[in-house]
Design a protein around this ligand. Structure first.
Ligand code: C5P
Length: 224
């Protein structure tokens, strides 16, 4: 059967990765979480005290970074490995969330990540989520989805996720982080978060997972 490229872009905590995972399972496609790459680069920069306002420091750091998605045998989903180490848990922490949008706004960082993302999509049969996937990474993707949801719904979702691992976290902290990231992601110079002209909007504020999946499958069927 014909394989396509599916992109899912949108604001933070819209449920992009949840939908992407379900869709990948249903279609037997590869799912790539592009945000995990920016998070892993940020983790490296923090651990190694990289002065990311200096272009030479960024170039040197990037030359020492190897990113790999390694499937978890139990879940079947890929996890982020940074220089051979599984960093899937560390990259989800607030320490990284606080800085990732600043790091992701750096041109050299984006070039580094985008080149790898485009290679991963060369075989098709891929679903990638992020902020610039339908606009910059795969501008010719067959199906582009732009996800959105009410801020309150998004904050609640992310809070629940983070609270399970860190009960110290507050709603206010989560809200500020989401709003700050959305602001930087939409206003940065290079590949800001935008809906691609040919993307379909999916507002999932009031949709169940099954309803979202049904819609997405319908859109895929319409193409194939
Ligand atoms: O998707 P996630 O929330 O994990 O992404 C973390 C951050 O990485 C985003 O807030 C954004 O700054 C950056 N990002 C990006 N481009 C992508 C994916 C993520 O700039 N394609």
């Amino acid at each position: 059967m014909k394989k396509i490229v599916i992109t899912i872009d949108g604001y933070s905590s819209c449920g992009k990765s949840t939908l992407a995972r379900q869709l990948a399972r249903q279609l037997n496609y590869v799912y790539i979480d592009s945000g995990a790459m920016y998070r892993a680069i940020t983790l490296y920069f923090i651990y190694n005290r990289v002065q990311w306002e200096l272009p030479e420091a960024v170039a040197e750091a990037l030359s020492n970074i190897e990113l790999e998605f390694v499937p978890n045998e139990q879940t079947g989903f890929s996890e982020m490995h940074l220089n051979g180490e599984n960093v899937e848990h560390q990259i989800r922490e607030m320490l990284v969330a606080d800085k990732v949008s600043d790091v992701a706004a750096i041109g050299a960082v984006r070039e580094f990540a985008v080149a790898q993302q485009q290679k991963m999509g060369a075989q098709k049969g891929i679903i990638m989520d992020g902020r610039d996937i339908g606009t910059t990474v795969f501008p010719h993707a067959e199906l582009k989805i732009f996800m959105t949801a009410d801020t309150a719904v998004r904050v609640e979702r992310r809070f629940k996720e983070l609270y399970a691992k860190n009960p110290q976290i507050t709603i206010q902290e989560v809200k500020e982080n989401l709003e700050r990231r959305d602001y930087i992601d939409t206003n940065r110079e290079i590949s800001p978060l935008r809906k691609a002209e040919d993307a379909i909007i999916l507002d999932n504020s009031n949709l169940t997972m099954d309803e979202q999946l049904d819609l997405a499958i319908q859109w895929v069927d319409d193409i194939l």
